[in-house]
Ligand binder design. Structure first.
Ligand SMILES: [Zn+2]
Length: 426
């Protein structure tokens, strides 16, 4: 059995469900494996049971550095929903089963095997090759990369990095494309507060029900739309996959005509999205609420600010008797398209599948790439190629029951990381 499959199975068998995490078990396993191969390793931990592993092959110092970023924690698995033990790491019909098989112990294992392979060869790049297997990505309580970039910046600062986020093989028009995540939307939620006057629910006419006053505002938010716009990442996506860039107004129809999946990829990237999701009013059935609070999930395009979001929300809600309070925002960074890491992705894809192209995309969710982009200006891409499992199936299995990964995709990912290290670190 291949080394990367065996390491992936060992990682899955360590229960690193977050919370509580217990990622130190995974960090220790990786340290033992990588030190035996000759890589330098260091554990960094805010609390002993939640260690991050940083491993390194030092370069000669005159080339760019590259980090292979990953996280070792996983989300909860309810064994009763699974056909197999979520922590069994079983190999069945050339697929490795278990929580984290896709998100993202496959890439942890491939990163470690890539580094071990290079270390055993005696390979040394011009720049450092760094492996960061971080804790606490799934919850983000400040034990993982967010903490590392603050507390130990020198350990994790690199010019380039490869992380999770994309890599799926998709067919768009007559092109085969592998998706590479170059940016992410910012989550910039708001609280909408409406005030009234409380009273006994048996006498509604003398109270002023804040919940009822909020209702028309919620309806307006439900109808929120914006004029579509094209960010550079979406322009590049069209240029690479279709060979032309449609107008912003025609972008969605053009993408949908090329493939339903392209429509799904492009639609959230044409403008900010607004979804009212949480409501709070009276705690007691017999008390008319004096205050109603609605939480609004707002996702911004790269380059948009919370001030843009507030202006759009006020335009949607109209003038009226309400307060709009910004809540803590998250993410929203991008990396340039181009340079040595992008070129490495292009040459890898072309070699693996002649005629296929590397297509940029922004993700609507959040990854640890944000922290290194924000702290160091690292060019961080989410790219771990996959072509054996259908992207629709992979999307359904992540954070769900029966998560599993084809061995062929893990091996494809390993070849990519070796190629990236050799070409970027030079
Ligand atoms: Zn993940």
């Amino acid at each position: 059995m291949s080394e990367v499959v065996e390491l992936l199975q060992q990682l899955i068998r360590l229960d690193t469900t977050n919370p509580p995490g217990n990622e130190t078990a995974a960090a220790e396993l990786l340290r033992g494996y990588l030190e035996a191969a000759g890589a330098e390793c260091e554990l960094y931990a805010r609390v002993p049971e939640r260690a991050n592993l940083v491993a390194r092959i030092r370069g000669t110092g005159d080339g760019p550095s590259l980090a292979l970023l990953s996280h070792t924690d996983v989300v909860l698995a309810d064994a009763s929903e699974w056909q197999r033990d979520p922590f069994g790491g079983e190999l069945v019909d050339d697929e490795v089963w278990g929580r984290g098989a896709l998100d993202m112990k496959c890439e942890v294992a491939a990163s470690a095997v890539a580094m071990a392979t290079l270390a055993r060869e005696g390979w040394r790049g011009a720049g450092d090759l760094v492996l960061v297997a971080a804790a606490d990505e799934e919850v983000g309580d400040g034990f993982g990369l967010e903490w590392l970039v603050e507390a130990h910046p020198d350990a994790v600062r690199t010019e380039y990095s490869v992380n999770e986020g994309a890599g799926d093989r998709v067919v768009i028009g007559d092109r085969v494309a592998y998706l590479c995540a170059v940016g992410e939307k910012m989550t910039s939620p708001f609280l909408l507060r409406v005030r009234g006057r409380s009273g006994h629910a048996s006498m509604p006419s003398i109270a002023d029900n804040a919940l009822v006053k909020a209702a028309p505002l919620i309806e307006r938010l439900g109808r929120f739309t914006v004029e579509p716009q094209l960010v550079p990442e979406v322009e590049a996506f069209f240029r690479v996959t279709l060979g032309r860039v449609p107008s912003a107004a025609e972008a969605l129809a053009t993408a949908k005509a090329a493939s339903p999946l392209a429509g799904e990829l492009v639609e959230p990237l044409l403008g900010m999205t607004v979804s009212p999701t949480k409501a709070r009013a009276s705690e007691k059935r017999n008390v008319v609420p004096a205050v109603c609070e609605i939480e609004i999930d707002v996702r911004l395009l790269p380059g948009q600010s919370p001030a843009d979001a507030e202006a759009a929300l006020r335009a949607c809600l109209g003038a009226g008797d309400y307060e709009l309070v910004p809540l803590p925002r998250h993410g929203g960074t991008r990396s340039e398209i181009g340079g040595p890491l992008w070129a490495a992705g292009e040459s890898f894809v072309a070699a693996e599948e002649p005629g296929a192209v590397l297509a940029p995309i922004c993700v609507a969710g959040f990854t640890d790439s944000h922290w290194v982009r924000d702290a160091f200006g690292t060019v961080a891409y989410g790219f771990f190629p996959a072509r054996t499992m259908e992207p629709e199936l992979a999307a359904r299995l992540i954070h769900s029951a029966d998560e599993r990964v084809p061995v062929a995709d893990v091996e494809l990912g390993l070849r990519w990381l070796l190629h990236a290290a050799r070409t970027v670190c030079g």
